[in-house]
Each structure stands twice: as C-alpha cells, then as structure tokens.
Design a binder for this molecule. Structure first.
Ligand code: IPE
Ligand code: IPE
Ligand code: MG
Length: 276
C-alpha cells in the first residue's frame, strides 16, 4: 500500500478509496476481461481502433496500480481465439498496438519490477508482435514483482485441450501413456497459469454478463465483478472500487462463514429431524 500512497495526493478520490482498502485481504490474482473499447469509440463518433488505442492507457495504469499494491498476478484478456472473426484492419491494428505497447511499457515494467508473460496460442500471432512479445518476456524474466499474463489468441477451452495434450505428450515420451491418469493437480500443473494461484477476482468491463471463453478452469471460485464502465475509462479508482467490493464478499467455497458455522451447530442440535 505504501508504494501506492506515494503517488496519491491526499484528499483525491483515489486516495480516499485506497484508504478504505484492507491491505491484508487483497486478492493474490486478479483477472480482467478488458471489454468495451469499440463502444467507447462509437460513443465518441470515432473508429473502433481509437478505442483500442485509448485502452492502452488503462492497461498501463492498472498494471502499475496492481504492482504498487503488491498483488501477485494480473491476467489480462487482450485477444481471444474468437477475435479472429473481426475485420482484418481491426486485427492488424490490434497487433500493431500490442507492439507499440510492449516497446513503450518496457521501461515501466522494469521500474515496477513486473514480469511479463503470455498465455494462449502465441505461436499463431503475427510475427512482429510475437517477436516483440518474446523480447519483453525475456527482458523481464528476472523481475520478481507483479506477474502480468497477457492472454493473446487465448480461449479457456483451448487452454484445457492444450493442457491435456501436453500431459499425453509427456506420458508418451516417458513410455507411461497406457497408465496415464489425470487428477485436478496434474491438470492444474499443465494449464497456462500453472504455478499461479487461481484468480480470486474476475473483473469484466462494459457490462456484459458472460465469460467469453476466458480461464474456464481457473475461475471455479473467483469472485465476479462486472462494471458498466468501458475499458478505456477504467482507471485506478475503478480498480480500487472493484477491490473494495471484493473485500465485502463472503467467500465460503461451499462451506459456511465462521459466524454462521458457530450458530449452526447450536440451532441444528435443537431441530429434530425424522430418522427416516
Ligand atoms: C475489447 O473491446 C477489446 C478486444 C476484444 C480486443 P471490444 O473491441 O470487444 O469492444 P466492444 O465490446 O465492441 O465495445
Ligand atoms: C472478450 O471480449 C475478449 C477480450 C476482451 C479480449 P469480446 O468482445 O470478444 O467478447 P464477446 O464477443 O462480447 O463475448
Ligand atoms: Mg467486446
């Protein structure tokens, strides 16, 4: 928190929101479906790509804020396997913007000790974007702060299929394909986010109430936060509001809250239930 307060002016909205946050109960992993760039642009009578361009500033701000909050991991849905259905001009611009973003943000990532990673079928990205991505991943590999995963050509189903195929390949290479058995732990170790905690908080901007094939396996118990705000308008205060909302949630994981558990033992004992 101290690192965040260093850049907040007392009395501002961001400062007031940050003061309400309980630093000991922050999510370890935040995942974001960055949606609404096109509608943001349309509302301003601008081409859709202007929305993507504006969205870059949100990525920078959110990444830096998460780093200053000492959050462990931030996974950003930037391009889905279904997004190839969009016009070529939009796709080309998206990947040009990705290269621009990577070149421009490398300094911030080094300064904030951010380690960049990519999840998704990266091998199918346009060559220029892929090379720039590999370069920044290599350059930030030694950083020990926030882990940022960019989900590119990503889908949750493809993630699971790739994980299963990886396990099959590995077993085949070791001559134990016949006895291969899959458990939650082995699958967990084979999906793209292996080694990271599951997202505690999933944010979607622009009001859509759907998952759109993001992190299907990993969000089993994520708290979901949907805001009407379009991604290019989603800035530090919006992230802080999402975190405050998250801290109000009662995460039961199928069990009961501590208070309810204590009360239940008494009241259940008093309630007579027929034996058959
Ligand atoms: C999210 O914004 C960015 C990407 C999917 C690449 P959209 O481009 O989906 O914006 P809307 O949903 O059309 O407003
Ligand atoms: C999800 O947004 C993908 C990304 C944010 C990259 P979309 O705009 O592609 O999702 P749908 O089509 O509204 O479900
Ligand atoms: Mg969209």
């Amino acid at each position: 928190m101290q690192e965040l307060f260093r850049v907040l002016d007392p009395g501002t909205e961001d400062w007031a929101l940050a003061r309400q946050i309980d630093a000991s109960r922050l999510p370890a992993h935040v995942a974001i479906i960055m949606d609404g760039n096109g509608r943001w642009a349309k509302r301003r009578f601008l081409p859709r790509v202007a929305g993507h361009k504006a969205g870059i500033d949100s990525v920078r701000t959110i990444m830096e804020t998460a780093a200053r909050l000492r959050i462990e991991a931030l996974t950003l849905y930037a391009f889905s396997t279904e997004n190839w259905k969009r016009p070529k001009s939009e796709i080309d611009t998206l990947f040009r913007l990705l290269r621009f973003f990577l070149r421009q943000e490398l300094a911030t990532m080094m300064e904030q000790n951010i380690q960049l990673n990519a999840i998704g079928r990266i091998e199918d990205l346009p060559e220029g974007a892929r090379e720039e991505l590999h370069r920044v991943i290599a350059l930030t590999a030694g950083n020990t702060g926030l882990k940022v995963n960019l989900a590119l050509n990503y889908s949750g189903r493809a993630d699971l299929v790739d994980a299963v195929n990886r396990l099959i390949e590995e077993a085949r290479a070791q001559g134990r394909l016949g006895s291969l058995e899959v458990s939650e732990a082995t699958l967990d170790g084979a999906v793209s986010t292996a080694g990271l905690p599951d997202p505690d908080l999933l944010i979607r901007t622009s009001g859509e109430m759907r998952i759109s094939n993001f992190l299907l396996w990993q969000i089993a118990y994520a708290e979901i936060y949907v805001t009407e705000t379009y991604w290019p308008d989603f800035r530090r205060a919006d992230l802080l509001r999402a975190l405050l909302d998250y801290q109000k949630r009662d995460r039961r994981f199928g069990g009961l809250s501590a208070l309810e558990r204590a009360q239940t033992e008494e009241s259940n004992a008093e309630e007579a239930v027929p034996a058959r």
